[in-house]
Design a protein around this ligand. Structure first.
Ligand SMILES: O=P(O)(O)OC[C@H]1O[C@](O)(COP(=O)(O)O)[C@@H](O)[C@@H]1O
Ligand SMILES: [Mg+2]
Ligand SMILES: [Mg+2]
Length: 335
């Protein structure tokens, strides 16, 4: 990475005023995510994976077998955000309930909460395929200096002040928004700095890639079945290419660069879909909209959904605006 690219730190300082929400505290929060991501990246890539690969032998509240790396990443992000005394609460895919971080000392009246999927794409961990981390940041709604409550976490996605992901792939990137566009930073592992490599990332208005687990096809609503057939027809700009990595972060990242649509619909197997609203769909939807893309459950804008519980799942359709609108047309017409 030539030195010409500015570092994440330089970018934040330069854009302090420009960002809609960036405050010094929020910048320190993003920097904490960056620090933790570097350590997780090291573990994901280091030779000594034997000690943190494989199943941890537990299951999380979702009933999913926890991989050691899920547990390791979860502990690391929670520790980093707690020790740097930047947030007043954390909710994680790997924790049954939210964690209240009470710092009673006066000067630390932290106002931000973080919801996190510490390791996204868990099924890829043992097979050396890219995985990610997803985070979502809100201002608390209950009084400063008190213990956070569930109300602080059950906010609509439209209330987010920041959201982003880390992708541990052929290179490691931090991609985030604070409400004024999406910027991507690539880690130069030789010196441990993230450099602005993808300024102002935008979804192409349309694309030729659709990402869905077609193994669930027979369980999909009729509208989704018909949309998938539409993608495969020899007509107009189609057939599209099917690309599905099995890691939301990786499929989203590729589609944002090349143009495409990601679908995880509800099905007779997964009644509300698989992805969690608060720490997967909302942050990815915020990023999508900030990059001129779109995200819905097939009918409702993801960022407008009123959350009812911490780990609730919703159907998720996200990507290039025209492709999402076409899928919504099929959902409206056939479901
Ligand atoms: O294997 P499936 O059912 O297609 O699900 C794949 C999806 O599940 C996920 O792995 C869910 O995320 P977690 O790995 O964090 O549980 C997404 O990253 C991915 O898009
Ligand atoms: Mg996930
Ligand atoms: Mg996960």
């Amino acid at each position: 990475m030539q030195q010409t690219h500015k570092t994440l730190g330089e970018f934040i300082i330069e854009n302090q005023s420009a960002f809609k929400y960036t405050s010094g505290e929020l910048s320190r929060l993003i920097n904490s995510i960056r620090l933790a991501a570097k350590v997780v990246n090291h573990e994901v890539n280091k030779a000594g994976l034997v000690d943190i690969l494989g199943a941890a032998g537990d299951t999380n509240i979702q009933g999913e077998d926890q991989q050691k790396l899920d547990v390791y990443a979860n502990k690391l992000f929670i520790q980093t955000l707690t020790n740097r005394n930047i947030v007043c609460g954390i909710a994680s895919e790997e924790e049954d309930s939210f964690i209240s971080i009470n710092s009673q000392d006066e000067q630390h009246q932290n106002k931000y909460i973080v919801l996190i999927d510490p390791l996204d794409g868990s099924s890829n961990i043992d097979v050396n395929v890219s995985v990610g981390t997803i985070f979502s940041v809100y201002r608390r709604v209950t009084p400063l200096g008190t213990a956070v409550t569930l109300e602080d976490f059950l906010q609509k996605g439209s209330q987010q002040v920041a959201a982003g992901y880390v992708i541990y792939g052929t290179s490691t990137m931090l991609v985030y928004t604070t409400g004024c566009g999406v910027n991507g930073f690539t880690l130069n592992p030789a010196i441990g700095s993230f450099y602005l490599s993808h300024p102002n990332m935008q979804f192409p208005e349309t694309g030729k890639i659709y990402s869905v687990n077609e193994g669930n096809y027979i369980h999909f609503p009729q509208g989704i079945k018909n949309y998938i057939k539409y993608c495969q027809m020899e007509e107009g700009d189609r057939p599209y290419t099917s690309r599905y990595i099995g890691s939301l972060v990786s499929d989203f990242h590729r589609n944002m660069i090349k143009g495409g649509i990601y679908l995880y619909p509800k099905s007779s197997k997964a009644g509300s879909g698989k992805l969690r609203l608060l720490y997967e769909c909302n942050p990815m939807a915020f990023l999508a909209e900030q990059a001129n893309g779109k995200a819905s459950d097939g009918f409702t804008r993801i960022l407008d959904i009123e959350p009812t519980e911490l780990h609730q799942r919703v159907p998720f359709i996200c990507g290039s605006r025209k492709m999402v609108e076409k899928a919504e047309e099929f959902m409206l017409k056939y479901s």
